[in-house]
Unconditional design. Structure first.
Length: 136
């Protein structure tokens, strides 16, 4: 494994550790000042859209505890690290607080790391299942 791959792997591991612990300040430290941050999906899902600044990214991660139950399950299915890029395939089950509905979210997350910081965060998730769980 190259030094670049080791750095990418370390940032990826730290990302999941800090996210799982609810460590928002630590999580934000992993991101560069400007990030290509995209989560495409239905407009009735509160976290979808594009962001770039750390304040916007902070708002993104603060949305989850306001609208979702804690994860009922989380399974990391695969991870690929190639130079500065990491792709994670995962599945989790969440509940929507406002509707009481649950959804299974199979997703892929593509991160790019440069100089020890995340410069790209693209999440591709099952936006249909999520939108259905948010529907009243």
């Amino acid at each position: 494994m190259t030094t670049e791959q080791q750095s990418t792997q370390a940032v990826l591991d730290s990302f999941f550790e800090k996210f799982g612990a609810g460590d928002l300040p630590g999580l934000l430290e992993l991101f560069a000042e400007k990030v290509d941050f995209r989560v495409p999906g239905s407009p009735n899902v509160p976290w979808t859209g594009t962001r770039a600044a750390k304040a916007e990214i902070s708002e993104f991660f603060q949305i989850f505890p306001k609208v979702l139950t804690g994860p009922e399950s989380f399974a990391l299915k695969a991870r690929i690290v190639d130079g500065p890029d990491a792709v994670v395939i995962a599945e989790s089950v969440w509940g929507v607080l406002s509707t009481g509905k649950k959804f299974t979210n199979g997703y892929a997350l593509h991160l790019t790391v440069e100089d020890g910081s995340i410069i790209r965060y693209h999440m591709y998730e099952d936006s249909y299942a999520i939108a259905e769980a948010f529907a009243e």
